[in-house]
Ligand binder design. Sequence first.
Ligand code: LLP
Length: 493
Amino acid sequence: MISVQDTNTAASPLAPEWLAVPADLNALHEPMWAQGVQRNDAGELAIDGIPASELKAQFGTPLFVMDEADFRARARSFKDSFDAAFADICGGVDVYYAGKSFLCTAVVKWVEEEGLRLDTASGGELAVAARAGIDGARVALHGNNKSDAEINRALDMGLGRIVVDSLDELDRVARIASARGGQAKVMLRLTPGVHAHTHEFIATAHEDQKFGLSMAEDTTEQAGLSAAEEAVAAATSYPGIDLLGLHCHIGSQIFEPDGFALAAEKLLRFLAAMQEKYSIVMPELDLGGGYGIAYTPVDTPRPAAEIAQAMAAVVRSTCADLGITSPRISIEPGRAIVGSTTFTLYEVGTLKTVRVDAAGSGAAENQAENVTYPRRYVSVDGGMSDNARPVLYDADYSAILASRTSDAAPQLSRVVGKHCESGDIVVRDVYLPEDVAAGDLLAVPGTGAYCWALSSNYNYLARPGVVAVRDGSARLIVRGETEEDLLNRDMGV
Ligand code: LLP
């Protein structure tokens, strides 16, 4: 006999351990939302006073809704906090917004106006930068496999730095720059053997991954030399290369500052050794991005000032220990600037509830056998095409009923998309009011980074537009695709 148990008001045994039943399903957990998002007097989710229903009526769903003032505030907070922490060390910090997280011309303008610079990772991202009219000297180019065309484009634009990823590429950049009769400003991307995850970091001998030049010795044909040192030696000998310094990026969605600090120390020690050995000065050190944000109530991001101070302390003490002047420090935050500025607005469609055997679901082991629990599937009008992160990285998100408040009991729900794929999950586990119905609007916070940027046309869904809200008005900064856009590149029968 299979018995049935209702768990509407208590925690569901199907829920992961970290997910608590919210005391108030209508409340917004602040760290996950942009500053301008609130519930209005009618109970609707509103951004800068514009209710979700109005956004839906004007722009349709799914829709990325971005708070421009919040973006600017987060950008400024990184710049100001790092400038303050490093003022007496190297006169401040250059903050490169990592455009891979979300890029369009409007965002380039905001970045520039707030005193930041721009980190790009392809010719396409450079094209956006050029279209926005940003000074090339304030732009960096990344990538482990830059084409000659991309390198030429960077040199055409007078880029402030090309971050070189390998010995092969160093040769290529040197050759192209020399053929043009000039020099490329280059940083070398090193793998410091520090790999950071969300809650911890591990230090390994060297990293088994495609990016960067290894700092471990004996990894190249020249016995005793690390790839990193070989690159420094080569860079100083090439007439086409102006070697600015070193770069590292240890990972993404990291909360603890320890990993950044350890990487900074390792790179400074290496920089000092290379300066002495090759009688050179490397005036710059880029410590990458990777600062974490809150996707769910259990994520605890640190304020920019706290990270800045922790990193500054290590840079200060390491430079003192080495007896060197600190290079000018730069960082490359993407997610921590744009991630929480944006929520995705969806309309609810099909609903169904399945009953799941707790034993088979991976839920608490001590549940009685043959007892099933309800899990409700809430389908929305987008999915893995506008947010691939749950599928790609098992990323957790949260969701809230946006079009109204509800006093109904919490029900463990799974928000899914409309794609032909059972893994098409937007929010794996969330408590939503049990009266959520077709036509309701749901909002998923924290979708500013790597969602629109990773979006696809799977199943010929049109990619959503991005609306920026500022001073109580909303404007499209990227329009959504139309059916015509989808058919445009089809060359016909
Ligand atoms: N600098 C470099 C060299 C990077 O490779 C990255 C990210 C960043 C800066 C910016 O990292 P952020 O501050 O945004 O964490 N698609 C994945 C993340 C990939 C990150 C790639 N590199 C995700 O959605 O989690």
